[in-house]
Ligand binder design. Structure first.
Ligand SMILES: Cc1ncc(COP(=O)(O)O)c(C=O)c1O
Length: 501
């Protein structure tokens, strides 16, 4: 029987730019030796490879720069990050250090904006594009930002929202955007999206509420295609309809000079993934320009709010296989030390596929397996790949060997959906989270962002009133626990090394 590495080499072009295997037959992710991280921190663990974020931001900017140059496009391009994909401080700091702007979706986002401003990570010039259906608190916080001189643009999502800003803003100029409700994909349960304002109401909204009020400026139209930026008839017809509306509005509203085309730039969910990013962005720019020229309207500045594309490929989750269970002649289960339902909820909720690769034992034969999570829910499993109905993993000897597996490109939405540090199915704790970065010389550095969630934190949430140990603050507790775990891992690693010798 062939080994796992043979299977991969005959199925994919391997190694890839991102994945490779070292001389010990263990996996490298962006040249990071994952077994070293496992030895140092243990599993289950979530990992963020920070340099990927900058790489993707720069890549998107390059795509737009190339396309705008190619078509001699006169507008500008602005990269915003959609915070809901991952709200973590280390992500936002990385994004902002690359001079990006932000898009928010909730009142609580504004608390993050205020904190980042306090820490001088963003300035009042940073665009804060406020999307979403807004409860009064969110409207109030947006208004406060505008009144305090932030470059904050509420994106009107319904016809009433504007009334609050008319009454409560006292800035000289209040810039506004309108989200246009797109039609959903033909196979969707609804015809028109509930998000945004219908096409036929936009001109009236402008004429009745914005134009007569000298402080209000309609600067931008916004649209977002839920299924992403795809080269299909649906995407092009929605973009075309949107651009014709932009041109119609531009003719009556000289302040209008920008469009926000939302998120939806895809990421790699399989090693087979093929997507011609440059061709897609070229076509978007060409179409926008063509429609503007046809209508004798100057081309707009373009903003995007890429979420998945910014953070998705920076994330990975690594598990240990803790047991093999042969449940009938054909079905072999590899049990992992975590849970798909709680830690990778998209894999359970919408059948999302990720790149799954074993971290070690690439020189062993392989077998077809189902991966089983720790919760008692029968749906807590993963057993197919994006490109195939099967899932193969090295066939290791559980008595004498350890097997680790990784899920890659998991950096977007998984904590936003599954929660982080709360109460989850079967009280599965949030795993530890390690941040991997490169120092100035290009050496790999790692640091523990958070250890595995403690039972004390759960009992507190559940109302058992368990306080952290007296006289010891929470961060000291966390540090002590992390040190204890690192010591145990080091001990285990040296025992394993001894055994190898
Ligand atoms: C308004 C808006 N903008 C941007 C995004 C980000 O989308 P993606 O993560 O696909 O880039 C979303 C995602 O739901 C969204 O609703």
């Amino acid at each position: 029987m062939k080994n796992y590495i043979d299977l991969i080499e005959q199925t994919f072009e391997f190694p890839t730019r991102e994945f490779g295997v070292d001389e010990k037959n263990t996996l490298l992710f962006n040249n990071v030796p994952l077994m070293d991280i496992i030895r140092q921190y243990g599993t289950p663990l979530k990992l963020t490879y920070l340099p990927k974020i900058e790489e993707h931001i720069e890549h998107a900017r390059l795509l737009f720069r190339n396309a705008m140059k190619k078509f001699n496009y006169k507008g500008s391009y602005t990269y915003c990050y959609c915070t809901k994909s991952s709200h973590f401080q280390f992500i936002l700091e990385e994004v902002l250090s690359n001079n990006c702007h932000l898009e928010t979706s909730s009142a609580y986002d504004i608390a993050i904006i205020r904190e980042l401003y306090r820490q001088e990570k963003l300035t009042k010039n940073t665009f804060i594009i406020c999307n979403g259906y807004k409860l009064p608190q969110y409207q109030k916080y947006i208004t406060n930002l505008i009144n305090d001189g932030f470059n904050c643009i509420p994106v009107l999502d319904n016809l009433k929202e504007i009334d609050y800003y008319i009454e409560n803003t006292h800035a000289e100029t209040v810039n506004l955007a309108i989200r246009i409700a797109t039609d959903e994909e033909p196979n969707f349960s609804f015809y028109t999206s509930r998000l945004g304002i219908r096409y036929s109401d936009i001109m009236d909204l402008f004429k009745n509420k914005i134009e007569p009020n000298p402080k209000l400026k309609l600067k931008m139209l916004h649209f977002f295609i839920n299924s992403g930026i795809k080269d299909n008839a649906y995407y092009w017809s929605e973009l075309t309809r949107f651009m014709f509306k932009y041109c119609e509005m531009k003719k009556v509203c000289p302040d209008l000079d920008s469009i926000d085309i939302g998120g939806g730039l895809p990421i790699q969910t399989s090693v087979f993934f093929k997507y011609d990013y440059q061709a897609m962005i070229d076509e978007i720019i060409e179409n926008i320009q063509w429609i503007c020229n046809k209508n004798n309207v100057p081309v707009p500045n373009i903003l995007t709010e890429f979420g998945s594309y910014t953070v998705g490929e920076s994330g990975a989750v690594i598990y240990k296989v803790i047991d093999k269970k042969q449940q009938n002649d054909r079905e072999l289960w590899y049990m992992i030390d975590g849970s798909f339902i709680t830690q990778l909820p998209d894999s359970w909720g919408i059948g999302q596929k990720y790149i799954m690769l074993p971290v070690n034992n690439w020189d062993l034969p392989y077998e077809k397996v189902n991966l089983g999570g720790l919760t008692c829910d029968s749906q807590d499993f993963y057993n197919t790949e994006a490109h195939s109905e099967d899932l193969y993993v090295p066939s290791f000897d559980i008595e004498n060997e350890d097997q680790y597996i990784g899920f890659f490109h998991t950096g977007a939405y998984q904590e936003s959906l599954g929660g982080y540090g709360g109460i989850q199915h079967c009280l599965i704790p949030a795993p530890k989270h390690v941040i991997v970065d490169l120092d100035e010389e290009g050496n790999i550095t790692t640091r523990l962002f958070a250890p595995q969630q403690t039972h004390e934190s759960m009992l507190q949430i559940l109302g058992y009133g368990l306080e952290p140990k007296e006289g010891v603050n929470e961060s000291a507790n966390i540090q002590a626990q992390a040190q204890e775990e690192a010591a145990i891992n080091e001990q285990e690693a040296s025992v394993a090394e001894e055994q190898e010798k």
